[in-house]
Design a protein around this ligand. Structure first.
Ligand code: GAP
Length: 466
C-alpha cells in the first residue's frame, strides 16, 4: 500500500473518531483521567445507534426465526467453562516487546502490516521464525526501531477476584467471559429441557465480552471490553455443511438489508483453522484502515458440546423424538461484534457533501431504523410562544412513537445541519403559516426537499416514510 493511500485513510479514520466524539457517539473511557486503553463509552447518540443495531440483529436472528430462541447468560461463569473450552490453555496472541522503547506489540499484526502473512493461530516457533526472517521490515509503531524480543503467546482472558477472598488472584482465578457463546453451550441442555425446540435449532445472545488485547488501536474496532452478537445453530452432523452454507448466505444478505454498501463487503476464508473448526469464513468490511473482519461464520463441529460433556460429566446430546437417534449436535456459529458493526455503519453512512457555492454539509445517511433520532421538531423562532407551543404539541405526540428531538437553538439552517450530522431522516418546522393552515414543513435529510403536510396527516405520512 502506498504511503499516500495510507495517509489518506488515516485522515478518514481521524475524521470519524473526532466526529464520533464531537457529536456524542463515542467517548474515550475515563477521559478526564487521560483515558483507559482500548475502552470506550457510547455517548447519547451512540447509545441509541447501538440499541438500534442490537434490535435489528435480534429481530433478524430471533424474532423472524421460528427455530431460534434468545438467551442472556451471565458474564461470569465457572472457571471450569474456560478450561473445558480451551481458553485457559490456548486463547492467546503473540506478544513481543520493542527493546528500545518497551512498547508491547502484537507480532502477527506487525508482520501483516509489513505484508507478511501471519495469524494468531501460529505456534510460538512459527511466529518467531517469521519475526527473525523479516526483522529488517518490521518497525516499532511507537519509536520506529526494528529490535524486538522473542514473541511469547499471551493469554487474552481477563481475570477477576469474584468470589475469591484469599487475596491471591492466581490461586483460584475467575474470568470475565472471552466470548458469549460459551454461555450458550453450557445452557444447551437447559434450553432443550425447558422449551419445545427441536434440532435444528439456534440459541442467540447479545452481551459483553472481555479480552486483554495487546494493542489498543483502530478505535472501537479492537476493544478490551466489547459486545458480541452470537448465534449457535445446533444441527444433525449430516446437515452441518448445508446449514453452514445457508447461514453464510443469510448473513451476507443481513448486511445488505441493514443498508451496508455491497462493494464495502467481501469474503475471507481462513486457511489456518483452529484445530476443531471444520470451516471458517469472515465477512470483512472496508473500514477506513482497509478490509478487516466484521463477522465470523464458523462450523465448529461437535467440539464444544463434547468438551463441556467431558469436563462436566453431563451428557450433552440430542435424542430425535421421531427416530430415537441419539447424537451430539454439530454447531454452526455466526459471531459479530456490536462495536465493529457500529463502526462499519458509521463509516458507511458518513458523507461530506459538496452543496456547491462553496457550501458543504456532513451528513450521516443512516437507514431510518438505525438513526438515533427519527424526527426533529422546530419552531421557526424560539421567541414566538405561539410557534413554540404548537411545535411542542407536535413533538409531544410524536415522541410517544418515535425517538424525537426538539430544537429551537439558532436558525433553521443550522438546526438542519445539526440533524444531518446525526442522521435524523426528517425535520419538521412549525412556522406562521402553520398557525393558519395547520400545515408543517417536512424536510427530507437526503434530498433536502421540503414538503407541506397537514398536521392531521403527519402520523400516517411519517409511518409510511419510516
Ligand atoms: N465465538 C467466536 C468468536 O468469539 P472471534 O472471531 O474471536 O470469534 C467474533 O470474534 C467477532 O467478535 C469478531 O468478528 C468481531 O466482530 C468481534 N470481536 C472480537 N474481538 C473483538 C475486539 N477486541 N473488539 C471488538 N470486537 C471484537
Amino acid at each position: 500500500m502506498s504511503k499516500e493511500k495510507k495517509q489518506e485513510e488515516s485522515v478518514k479514520m481521524e475524521e470519524i473518531v473526532s466526529f464520533a466524539k464531537r457529536r456524542g457517539f463515542v467517548f474515550p473511557s475515563s477521559e478526564i483521567y487521560g483515558g483507559f486503553g482500548a475502552v470506550y463509552d457510547f455517548g447519547p447518540y451512540g447509545a441509541e445507534l447501538a440499541k438500534n443495531i442490537r434490535d435489528f440483529w435480534w429481530k433478524k436472528m430471533v424474532q423472524e426465526n421460528d427455530n431460534i430462541v434468545g438467551l442472556d447468560s451471565s458474564i461470569f461463569m465457572s472457571p471450569k467453562v474456560w478450561e473445558a473450552s480451551g481458553h485457559v490453555g490456548g486463547f492467546s496472541d503473540p506478544l513481543s516487546e520493542c527493546k528500545q522503547c518497551h512498547a508491547r506489540v502484537r507480532v502477527d499484526h506487525l508482520l501483516e502490516d509489513a505484508g507478511v502473512f501471519a495469524d494468531e493461530k501460529m505456534t510460538e516457533e512459527e511466529i518467531n521464525a517469521l519475526l527473525e526472517a523479516n526483522a529488517d521490515k518490521l518497525k516499532c509503531p511507537k519509536c520506529g526501531s526494528s529490535d524486538f524480543s522473542q514473541a511469547k503467546n499471551f493469554n487474552l482472558l481477563v481475570q477477576s477476584n469474584l468470589g475469591n477472598f484469599t487475596g491471591d488472584w492466581d490461586k483460584e482465578p475467575t474470568y470475565l467471559r472471552g466470548e458469549t457463546c460459551q454461555g450458550i453451550y453450557v445452557n444447551f441442555k437447559n434450553v432443550l429441557d425447558s422449551t419445545r425446540v427441536k434440532v435444528p435449532f439456534g440459541i442467540a445472545q447479545i452481551g459483553k465480552a472481555f479480552r486483554n488485547e495487546i494493542t489498543a488501536r483502530q478505535f472501537i474496532f479492537r476493544k478490551r471490553e466489547f459486545e458480541q452478537m452470537e448465534m449457535q445453530m445446533f444441527v444433525h452432523p449430516d446437515d452441518s455443511v448445508e446449514v453452514y452454507e445457508q447461514w453464510r448466505e443469510r448473513r451476507w444478505q443481513y448486511y445488505l438489508e441493514m443498508g451496508i454498501k455491497e462493494e464495502n463487503l467481501k469474503w475471507h476464508e481462513h486457511e489456518n483453522l483452529v484445530f476443531y473448526a471444520k470451516a471458517a469464513w469472515d465477512i470483512e468490511y472496508k473500514f477506513p484502515f482497509g478490509f478487516k473482519e466484521l463477522e465470523g461464520i464458523h462450523a465448529r463441529g461437535d467440539y464444544d458440546l463434547t468438551q463441556h460433556a467431558k469436563h462436566s460429566g453431563k451428557k450433552l446430546e440430542y435424542r430425535n423424538p421421531q427416530t430415537g437417534e441419539v447424537f451430539v449436535p454439530h454447531i454452526v456459529e455466526t459471531s459479530v461484534g456490536l462495536d465493529r458493526t457500529f463502526l462499519a455503519v458509521l463509516t458507511d453512512a458518513y458523507v461530506e457533501e459538496d452543496l456547491g457555492e462553496c457550501k458543504s454539509r456532513t451528513v450521516l445517511k443512516l437507514p431510518a431504523n438505525l438513526a438515533p433520532v427519527k424526527i426533529a421538531v422546530f419552531p421557526l423562532m424560539k421567541n414566538k410562544p405561539e410557534l413554540v407551543v404548537k411545535a411542542k404539541e407536535i413533538f409531544n405526540e410524536l415522541k410517544m412513537q418515535y425517538m424525537c428531538e426538539f430544537d429551537d437553538n439558532g436558525n433553521v439552517g443550522k438546526r438542519y445541519r445539526r440533524q444531518d450530522e446525526i442522521g435524523t431522516p426528517y425535520c419538521i418546522t412549525v412556522d406562521f403559516d402553520t398557525l393558519e393552515t395547520e400545515e408543517v414543513t417536512v424536510r427530507d435529510r437526503d434530498t433536502m426537499e421540503q414538503e407541506k403536510v397537514h398536521i392531521d396527516k403527519l402520523q400516517k405520512y411519517l409511518a409510511e416514510k419510516l
